[in-house]
Design a protein around this ligand. Sequence first.
Ligand SMILES: CC(C)(COP(=O)(O)OP(=O)(O)OC[C@H]1O[C@@H](n2cnc3c(N)ncnc32)[C@H](O)[C@@H]1OP(=O)(O)O)[C@@H](O)C(=O)NCCC(=O)NCCS
Length: 166
Amino acid sequence: MAESPVLNDHVRTLSAKIGPLDILFRPMSRNDLDAICQLEKDIFKSPWSRRSFEIELSRPEYSHSYVLEHRHAVAAYTVLWFMADECHIANLAVAANYRNRGIGSWFLKKIIEIAKDNRSTIIHLEVRTTNDAAIRLYEKFEFEAVGIRRDYYSTGEDALLMSLPI
Ligand SMILES: CC(C)(COP(=O)(O)OP(=O)(O)OC[C@H]1O[C@@H](n2cnc3c(N)ncnc32)[C@H](O)[C@@H]1OP(=O)(O)O)[C@@H](O)C(=O)NCCC(=O)NCCS
């Protein structure tokens, strides 16, 4: 099996301030999964299963997952896939009580840095066509809509495919 390109080897815990919040950015671990699975159920209509996250954590050759922690609670998390020179944001969420405080923006900026460090030349993602908050966040970082995937979600909703060359 191929070695992990660079990411979890050198992206370690990092302290930062987002507004007044002291946060930790770090790789996701199995110890986070109780909290993350609860957030998934609270946030998404089609939540990922615990098994899905376990599979992601067992595939460091292409899957890298991170959390933002505040006072020992998971405030946000992401799952990134790296394939050839592409980074795919497979999952990204901010806990409801942490939204609209710049956490999503800080996280996305960090994701872009990680993708560049990993020699990606483009970032892709899918987002529900009705998810205005997320679409605005991505547009703020100059992601562009490049297509629609019909019936992409198990709920029958369409996905907007967005990309950012980096
Ligand atoms: C989308 C999401 C990650 C944004 O996180 P956040 O921490 O609230 O984001 P920020 O506070 O950094 O806001 C970033 C930008 O998002 C947009 N935004 C955030 N909330 C918004 C809302 N309710 N309505 C419209 N735009 C919104 C704004 O453009 C904002 O920029 P601005 O503050 O400069 O105007 C968060 O709402 C979330 O986790 N939603 C549920 C999960 C989800 O949809 N994930 C994305 C799946 S693809």
